[in-house]
Design a binder for this molecule. Structure first.
Ligand SMILES: CC(=O)N[C@H]1[C@@H](OP(=O)(O)OP(=O)(O)OC[C@H]2O[C@@H](n3ccc(=O)[nH]c3=O)[C@H](O)[C@@H]2O)O[C@H](CO)[C@@H](O)[C@@H]1O
Ligand SMILES: C=C(OP(=O)(O)O)C(=O)O
Length: 431
């Protein structure tokens, strides 16, 4: 199992480049199921979840070609024939976003079998709202032996029907899943209380390029006029706002001077505002953000919310920063019930954090010490790397496979701006 070895103390200086967003790329790859033609996606990040999605699509009969390097992270997907419209447990269990194939599969083939995703470290993660929405579109969904068996009306023979759906709770992949299903449904669908995340807007842009008729993506009400067929398209994936945010915090926590390049500053408003409250100097350009130390960091409270609020996917990284700020920061996690797995590991490095329900109280500034720590999920891993960048001595992070799910060449990018970080196959064993 790979580990990271990080020696703290270096301010990060220079320019670091942001990759394409994995959380946009995953639904966009699933959208290729909706057409027999080729879909070409550019700016696909080279991360483990993308490889998992490739496996998922190919296991159903799709042709997927992932091109990196000179091929500029371009992916060609052709779902001419979906001979086996089944999302198997062996693949689904490794990636929560697998539930994104449910909607497009029923819409395209009339019949789908998708393994129920399990819980994960950050919480239960049910998909009841996906199921409820598809049922409102006329699908029949049953659960057998851990699989959802879904059929469109007439035992899979007829198209889904457009529906008016009010989401009880804002859900990102739920909005995306039903949006894809509605593109090929008969008639109009109106969705209310939709997720407004940039990843939803990115997916809608691809779907419209494929011939869908979607209005309102990025707002809480989305209207879709169903069409009988979609065609191929070429689409460039948005920059990853969470990776960009992680780099902004890396610059701020190390007291560096970092230019975070190839990002979309408009998607980072809540984080930029918070960093400014912490006393960090931020200069926003068209597609880059410069982050610099503005003196001692000051504590500021954070409460995670749906977009455009402060993202839950930045909460763990922000907590690492809060350990280095003077004063008390109250961090409230409103989206997932169990997303504080990084707290005990930060505490092992010397952070002063107490948890009460959904709230963590961070008292700073604490000098951090190196330790052997364990990554529990994707963003918790990033948080521990950030803490290690300012810890005294050499920190060893175990289970970095969590981080590899969603950060492209993380250690190489950080090394390029002065961090001392290296990957080891097995630092404790024989190697
Ligand atoms: C691949 C991807 O894009 N993942 C992101 C997506 O996850 P994901 O789409 O899974 O997260 P949701 O937006 O669906 O979850 C939000 C809340 O709704 C609840 N819920 C969700 C669906 C459902 O059917 N029933 C239900 O109760 C969840 O348990 C959670 O409490 O949005 C999250 C919230 O911004 C991010 O942290 C994830 O990085
Ligand atoms: C939680 C995340 O991803 P997923 O929904 O795929 O688990 C994330 O990107 O932070």
């Amino acid at each position: 199992m790979d580990k990271f070895v990080v020696r703290g103390g270096n301010p990060l200086l220079g320019t670091i480049k942001v990759s394409g967003a994995k959380n946009s790329a995953l639904p966009c790859m699933a959208a290729a199921i909706l057409t027999e033609d080729e879909v070409i996606l550019e700016n696909i990040p080279q991360v483990r979840d993308i490889e998992t999605e490739r496996k998922l699509l190919t296991s159903m009969g799709a042709e997927v070609e992932l091109g990196y390097g000179r091929a500029q992270h371009r992916t060609h997907i052709k779902c001419a024939v979906l001979s086996d419209p089944v999302a198997k447990y062996e693949i689904v269990k490794t990636m929560r976003a697998s539930s994104l194939v449910l909607g497009p599969l029923i819409a395209r083939t009339g019949i789908a079998r998708v393994a129920m995703p399990g819980g994960c470290a950050i919480g239960g993660r049910p998909i009841d709202l996906h199921i409820k929405g598809l049922e409102a579109m006329g699908a029949t969904i049953t659960q057998e032996h851990g699989y959802l068996e879904a059929r469109s009306p007439n035992n899979g023979e007829a198209r889904l029907k457009g529906a008016r759906i009010l989401f009880d709770k804002i859900t990102v992949t739920g909005t995306e899943d039903l949006l894809m299903a509605a593109t090929l449904a008969e008639g109009e669908s109106i969705f209310e209380n939709c997720a407004r995340e940039p990843e939803v807007t990115d997916l809608a842009a691809l779907l419209n390029a494929m011939g869908a008729k979607i209005e309102g993506a990025g707002t809480s009400t989305i209207r879709i006029q169903g069409v009988s067929k979609l065609h191929g398209a070429r689409h460039r994936i948005n920059p990853d706002r969470i990776e960009a945010g992680t780099f902004l915090i890396a610059g701020a926590i190390t007291g560096g001077d970092l230019n975070v390049d190839s990002c979309e500053p408009a998607h980072l408003g809540a984080l930029i505002h918070k960093l400014e409250q912490c006393g960090v100097r931020i200069d926003v350009g068209k597609d880059h953000i410069r982050v610099r130390s503005g003196g001692d960091l000051k504590a500021a409270d954070v409460s995670t919310e749906e977009y455009p609020g402060f993202p839950t996917d930045m909460q763990a990284q922000y907590m690492a920063l809060a350990t280095q700020a003077e004063g008390t920061s109250i961090i409230t996690e409103n989206i997932f019930e169990n997303r504080f797995m990084h707290v005990q590991e930060l505490a092992r490095m010397g952070a002063n954090i107490t948890i009460n329900g959904r709230t963590a109280t961070v008292r700073g500034k604490s000098p951090l010490q190196s330790a052997a720590v364990m990554c529990s999920d994707l963003r918790a891993s990033a948080s521990l790397v950030l803490a290690a960048l300012v810890a005294d001595g050499e920190t060893i992070l175990d289970r970095v496979y969590h981080l590899d799910r969603g950060y492209e060449h993380f250690e190489e990018k950080l090394r390029g701006v002065g961090a001392q970080i290296r990957r080891m196959g097995d630092v404790f064993g024989k190697k």
